[in-house]
Design a protein around this ligand. Structure first.
Ligand code: IDP
Ligand code: MG
Length: 140
């Protein structure tokens, strides 16, 4: 079982000044942060990250959103990190997210939903490598 996943604090949440509060939620839930950076994604990079969604009707709007300002990718560690992190963030649509989840408390819409979390161990490793070199990931 992999213990790492990729999180992104998305541009809506960074822009509203929620970065510190969201990192505090992540740490309070028992995750270790092994890597972090603030990046303003190019269109090419955002399209590459969300390539699996190319055919979805919301794809162009999603790329507009993800390139609208800086975001903060994080490498986070926890037992069963992928599932633990997705539980912490809640449903994609904040209107359906459980009480106490990050999306319930910080997201504004199904698109501008404050945080990303990888959906499988395989994708977590790919997404971590998409943003971080090994020198940028620090064992806890
Ligand atoms: P996830 O982030 O919960 O894994 P995905 O289905 O992988 O959700 O979708 C990726 C991202 O695309 C979402 O986090 C959200 O920002 C956006 N998105 C997903 N579904 C919709 C939609 O129906 N309308 C607009 N944006 C959406
Ligand atoms: Mg997803």
């Amino acid at each position: 079982m992999s213990n790492r996943t990729l999180a992104i604090i998305k541009p809506d949440a960074v822009g509203k000044g929620y970065t510190g509060k969201i990192i505090d939620r992540i740490l309070s839930a028992g995750f270790n942060v092994l890597g972090a950076k603030l990046v303003h994604l190019s269109r090419e990079k955002a399209e590459g990250f969300y390539a699996v969604h190319t055919e979805r009707p919301f794809f162009n709007d999603l790329v507009d959103f993800m390139t609208s300002g800086p975001c903060m990718p994080l490498v986070v560690e926890h037992d069963g990190a992928v599932n633990a992190f997705r539980t912490l963030i809640g449903s994609t649509n904040p209107a359906e997210a459980d009480e106490g989840t990050i999306r319930k408390d910080f997201a504004e819409s199904i698109q501008n939903n404050a945080v990303h979390g990888s959906d499988s161990n395989e994708n977590a490793e790919k997404e971590i490598a998409f943003f971080f070199t090994s020198e940028e990931i620090h064992p806890n």
